[in-house]
Write a protein that binds this ligand. Structure first.
Ligand code: TYM
Length: 333
């Protein structure tokens, strides 16, 4: 690991899927290499959000990341829109990316649905901006949840074509870095076939960083399950998506193996399992929530940290942007 980069959209609350799939892994990687983490506020332009709301969301997400353990003294934490190189490289890569590649992106197909005519151009172009985010910094690792894997593969395709077209090695080819087990794709508490997501209309489908202990307990109590007792072997959870998800979440949160957990609950129903899961989630979330509540109020400190982060990120991004311009004859110097 030589450099780590990843981002998160600042819209909505941080939830357990973000934490297990991305943020807590980012936190651990800070011990291994220099890290850059950013708030993808340019990506959030694919939907209209009033100015005041967006400003508040960016600060709130910065506070949530710091509360979760991202250390701005060690890692570069910044807002995407504060570093103009992202938008600039996106436009440059628009010349490389193909319509067909973008049309095949599952996120575009899901989010635009039947209304392609009414979708914003930004929603379609979203993966090209993401490619720019990544390629600017030449990261060795891009830690993400499984849902982002396709975007990283597209980033590779764009980088390879750009290098080939220009006969240069302007971009390093990035690798997606997805976690193991249930963390890679935490599922909804209401439907074991849908991923946990901030856009799910039901708040009961996810555990949020801001949920109180009572809310966490209620959400786990009401989480969908099946009537069968728990097996002793994780293999036997196949075909039981809700059970697999809950057991996997407990394993990810406590650091135990699924086998060790099932050894304790074999033959018992969810009535015995759920209180243990709720307890483990409260232990994880409560201290993060407390720090978040504290930090979120201090907008002056957050702004100062984000300004410093943007300055550092801009310096790291500049050489790659210049190399890309030179490779295309955009710079006469
Ligand atoms: P976003 O904001 O949707 O999610 C942030 C991170 O959380 C992960 N994640 C999950 N992991 C496991 N289970 C889930 N249910 C779950 N839900 C979300 C995501 O995989 C992601 O790692 N396009 C990106 C933001 C982005 C980005 C980038 C990421 C913009 N540019 C460059 C990496 C590199 C997004 O919308 O993530």
């Amino acid at each position: 690991v030589t450099r780590v980069l990843s981002g998160i959209q600042p819209t909505g609350n941080l939830h357990l899927g973000n934490l297990l799939g991305a943020i807590l892994r980012w936190v651990r990687m800070q011990d291994e290499a220099p890290c850059l983490f950013f708030l993808a506020d340019l990506h959030s332009l694919s939907d209209f959000i009033p100015a005041e709301t967006r400003r508040a969301q960016v600060r709130a997400m910065a506070a949530a990341l710091i509360a979760s353990g991202i250390d701005p003294a060690r890692s570069t934490l910044f807002a995407q829109s504060d570093v103009p190189a992202h938008a600039e490289l996106c436009w440059i890569l628009n010349g490389t990316a193909r319509m067909g590649w973008l049309s095949r992106m599952t996120q575009w197909k899901d989010k635009s649905g039947k209304n392609k005519e009414g979708a914003s151009v930004a929603l379609f172009d979203y993966p090209v901006l993401q490619a720019a985010d990544i390629l600017l910094y030449r990261p060795s690792h891009v830690p993400v949840g499984e849902d982002q894997k396709q975007h990283i593969e597209l980033t590779r395709d764009i980088a390879i074509k750009f290098n080939q077209d220009t006969g240069t090695e302007t971009f390093a080819i990035p690798e997606p870095f997805v976690g193991g087990g249930v963390s890679a794709r935490v599922m909804s508490l209401r439907d074991g076939s849908a991923k946990m997501s901030k856009s799910d209309p039901s708040d009961m489908s996810r555990i949020n960083l801001v949920d109180s202990d009572d809310e966490i307990a209620a959400k786990i109590r009401k989480a969908r399950t099946d009537p069968d007792p728990l097996p002793g072997d994780p293999e036997l959870l196949a075909g039981r998506p809700e059970a697999r998800n809950l057991v996997g979440i407990l394993a990810a949160v406590t650091g135990e193996s699924e086998t060790a957990i099932l050894a304790r609950f074999e033959g018992q129903g969810f009535g015995a399992f759920k209180p243990a899961l709720a307890e483990a989630l409260m232990t994880l979330i409560a201290p993060i929530r407390a720090r978040y509540t504290e930090l979120e109020r201090d907008t002056a400190t957050l702004d100062r940290l984000l300004d410093k982060g943007a300055e550092d990120a801009a310096a790291l991004a500049a050489p790659t942007l210049l190399a890309a311009k030179r490779a295309l004859g955009l710079s006469r110097h």
